[in-house]
Design a protein. Sequence first.
Length: 430
Amino acid sequence: MTTCNRRSTVHPNDPSLRSFIPVDPSSDFPIQNLPYGVFSANGLAPRVGVAIGAYVLDLWALAQECRIDVVEPGVFAEPSLNAFMALGPDVWSKTRARISELLRHDNPELRDNTQLRDRALVPMTDARLHLPFQVAGYTDFYSSKEHATNVGVMFRGKDNALQPNWLHMPIGYNGRASTVVVSGTKVRRPRGQLKPPTADVPSFSPCKRLDFELEMGVVVGQPSQMGEMLTEAQAEAMIFGFVLLNDWSARDIQQWEYVPLGPFQAKAFATSIGPWVVTREALEPFRVHGPEQDPKPLPYLQQRNAQNYDLELDVALRAPGTSAEQTLCRTNFKYMYWSSVQQLMHHASSGCAMNVGDLLGSGTISGPGKDQRGSLLEISWNGTEPVELAGGIKRSFLEDGDSLVMRGWCQGDGYRVGFGAVEGTITPAE
Ligand code: CA
């Protein structure tokens, strides 16, 4: 194991830290972030990397030179983060501190080693980003009160907008891990059974009401035992990080199939996630309390700490044949009624075991404002108020060739801890 000149101990979240790699203040990837991903470049096999400015830092290259002495080096040669995540929060934290140290402007160790720099720093434009972890299970929640209320008002009227259980637990369903894909993967318009209210019998055809759902995904990095419940502290410690998530939804398929067991094919055809997993530790400075919960949750769901994050979110559409992105929605993760920690506590409460690599969708993130709605279903009010964009473009739902781009970041003083983007383009059903 290597011995090197250790820098003075500064927490990797310290806003005063600087890297020898130039990072623009508008970049998502300053030294205070250091999100993990899986990438390949120069014909080499996929391995684990960290984003810094416009580069990917190759952790396998560094580990082979014994530069990251806090971890079994082989975990960084894997094509997923699962083996690294399985090592637990203490290793996550020490590894992040070591990477921060290596990238500091006042540390010559990597800065002045031209050979190692050439090997370990890959321009992002040369890197192909892969699905960052092997998704063990995918669960999708429904935890924005504004979203649940909007949808409830649309389908059941104002007086019955929230179902009686909604304020008592995070509502969720078990989704499909098999079709979770990384940003950039094309999404084929799904086919399914449709039965609009005007039709007597269902038909099987391409979805006509294709939608996005703006969500954040929790990446579970530690397992829980079957039969065991989780405390707030245990649930929090199991969260490795967060990713941007687009839970593509076929509204017309959903409308016909969802009674009585909830969504099935309407959500199973694709879920896109961002390539960068921002660690829970990097988001620490941006913790905020969520909305007040009334009625008070049952004891097993109560939380003492601020478990929400002040995380700005932005959704844009790029119509076919245009290069300009047009904003559809700007909102914030902080509005979520149920926190990710409460979702995890609820998920395990029956005795359900959680696994390394489980992905928990937050549920569509809508805010209180009209311009803060996280799905086209809400933006176009179920197609009755199509959104009008520049260039005469009108949308009720997504059309073939549309690209949808989601971005997210926490704004610090002079820097931002960002997630990059999750993007997907719709291709025709046949
Ligand atoms: Ca969803």
